[in-house]
Write a protein that binds this ligand. Structure first.
Ligand SMILES: O=C(O)CCC(=O)C(=O)O
Length: 356
């Protein structure tokens, strides 16, 4: 068996400076960090928090379980996907205590010694478990104020980090519960697109689940860098929970809108697979994370996509109902994911490459 890589031989993947991550930088700066290193300086999109920011739609998932309310709930989800690409779900069935345990376990992982975290570092963006900093790409780019742990969650995954000792128990249960929410949502989204419940639900049931836990430490110059630059997600949709420190912004009608934390709820966002499948009826929405001077933000994002070998392409039914040709070229999901994760200029540039 290969021995674990040593701290000297491993650089957090995708980071041009070989730095040891934002948390390490903050934790080891004696006397406190006053300025960020130049490698972290990024152009932050101009955005101002309005006095009363518009809110993303709120969907009560309880409505999917009764024949009396299912159609209305499916229509509300369809409207949220078409108009916002982001929505909040309540009554989703996942215990608040489990959501809190997951955030705590992720935090405990990031609090492990750097040497131990680095044993999960890998240059392979498709590696089933991966610790790193900045963006999850195979190419060099400017550093971002974020460390992450990514791993698969779907059936058969068994490469759980061994520490903290309860991590794998909490993460396994969390991922199973979130998967139930995802399959319920997938059925509703599929129906809302006129495809029949099983089209998207079936694809995601056979597909993959990828969890990214994100750690954004306090930053002395939050206006000069970002936790995550604007990007869209490659899968069908992502289900996100976070601690009570805000920082997520989404692009809506050409403006950046903050999406704040609401206890016990999940934030869901549409990814590129659903934009392609719906031939652009639903848009995967760019989002970014801004950092702050005082508090650590932690989030756990669980993406749900089809099987790695699935071919992403617009659904025939949608093409015939909308009476227009496909707007995207077919591509194998695995290849799309690799292409997205080798692009440094994020935004929606991977999707643009397959647009007709
Ligand atoms: O931390 C967040 O709120 C968003 C995370 C995210 O966009 C990602 O992990 O891709």
């Amino acid at each position: 068996m290969a021995s674990p890589p040593s701290i000297l031989s491993v650089q957090p993947a995708g980071d041009p400076t070989g730095n040891k991550g934002a948390k390490h930088l903050v934790d080891t700066s004696r006397g406190g960090l006053r300025e960020i290193p130049p490698a972290y300086i990024l152009t932050v999109p101009s955005c101002r928090r309005p006095a009363t920011p518009p809110s993303i739609p709120v969907i009560d998932l309880h409505g999917l379980h009764s024949p009396a309310t299912r159609d209305l709930t499916v229509s509300s989800i369809a409207a949220a996907c078409a108009e916002w690409g982001f929505f909040r779900v309540v009554n989703h069935g996942v215990r608040t205590s489990l959501m809190e345990d997951m955030l705590r376990s992720a935090e405990d992982f990031f609090n492990l010694p750097l040497e131990e975290k680095l044993t999960y570092s890998s240059d392979d963006v498709m590696h089933p478990v991966r610790y790193g900093t900045s963006l999850n790409t195979s190419a060099s780019h400017t550093s971002h104020w974020r460390d992450y742990l990514r791993h698969f969650g779907h059936v058969g995954f068994d490469s759980w980090p061994q520490n903290p000792p309860n991590y794998r128990h909490v993460a396994r249960e969390y991922l199973e519960e979130v998967r139930k929410v995802a399959l319920g949502l997938a059925g509703a989204i599929s129906e809302g697109l006129g495809l029949g419940r099983d089209h998207v639900e079936g694809a995601l049931r056979e597909g993959c689940q990828i969890m990214a836990s994100n750690y954004y430490p306090p930053c002395p110059q939050p206006n000069l860098t970002m936790g995550l630059c604007p990007h869209s997600d490659h899968g069908g949709f992502t289900i996100l929970t976070q601690n009570d420190v805000d920082g997520l912004w989404i692009r809506h009608v050409d403006e950046w809108v903050p999406v704040d934390h609401v206890t016990s709820t999940f934030v869901v966002n549409i990814g590129d697979y659903l934009e392609i499948l719906s031939n652009g009826r639903y848009k995967s929405v760019e989002h970014m994370v801004l950092v702050n001077e005082h508090k650590t933000r932690i989030s756990v994002a669980v993406g749900h996509g089809p099987h790695m070998e699935a071919i992403l392409k617009p659904a025939e039914n949608i093409l015939s109902v909308d009476g227009c040709g496909p707007k995207y070229r077919p591509i194998v999901y695995k290849d799309y994911m690799k292409s997205q994760q080798s692009i440094v200029r994020r935004g929606k540039s991977a999707l643009e490459q397959i647009m007709i």
